[in-house]
Design a protein around this ligand. Sequence first.
Ligand code: 3HC
Length: 292
Amino acid sequence: MSNVRRIFVIGAGTMGHGIAEVAALRGLNVTLYDVKQEFLDGAMSKIKWSLDRLAEKGTIKSSSEVIQRIATTLDLESGASDADFVIEAAPERMEIKRDIFSRLDRSARPEAVLATNTSSLPITEVSESVSAPRRGRVIGMHFFNPPVIMQLVEVVKGKYTSDETVKATYELAGALGKQPVLVRVDVPGFIVNRVMARFLNTACLMAERGLHRMEEIDAAVRYGLGMPMGAFELSDYIGIDVLDDIIKAMIARGFSMTPCGLYSGMRSAGKLGVKSGQGFYAHPGSKFRKPE
Ligand code: 3HC
């Protein structure tokens, strides 16, 4: 049974707004933070879009009942001050995470758990931006997109993470209706992204080298491996920029892989996948493309 009553989610992007939605759906009070009002407004529209889907199916009575549990703020310090549990879902850059965690060190309650939803950066490196007595409260809590549907949460133990923090994170994951899996070793990409990055990158290299067309690879993955999306469909869904960041962060920390050259070219051209309307495929009116 989790003691968490108020969650503070930092970052209203793809993962942050989804995590806020999941927490509100489970009856928790949430404060969602970002640096610009337009990001918060966009996040609230996306949450409403998703909740409306659930209301149409009768999973919830109405979206407004859930939405009222989500407050938004542009003030990180005040949002952190009354939270029992903080989940940071800011962009995947170490300097951004370190800045946020050092601010949390000054503003969050001493007993609050400080979790990062990082998909590839080491928890130990993030935790070294808080003062030594706090480091035991820093942990990885990695959700999957879309958080409202995907069951898994990777709970990542850094060098300093205490057993009490692992227990609190497991309890919260359970309260959110998720299946936690403990990542014992703080390696780049943890478990899923380590497997997934190689799989998606291999598919991309096959297409780049002209061995197969991406449609053929995707059909093989869907119908041969039974996955819900093909490799290129999934890459577009995750976001080419996110995937590129994950692969680069893993390689920078010693993971051996030849990165597919298509990712950086697509990124520079703004072909980011579903969110930009064009990735490996065109997504003009994709059912997965939520409102801006
Ligand atoms: N909110 C509410 N409902 C949603 C939703 C959302 N955000 N997204 C999808 N749905 C609903 C749809 O409305 C639909 O409902 P229905 O069955 O009642 O019509 C249902 O989910 C299934 O959706 P669709 O039929 O439209 O499409 P799919 O059957 O393909 O399911 C999917 C969609 C769940 C996204 C599925 O394609 C899937 O599981 N894809 C793989 C996702 C995945 O692997 N995610 C992990 C990525 S890795 C990651 O996140 C790590 C990070 O670090 C990068």
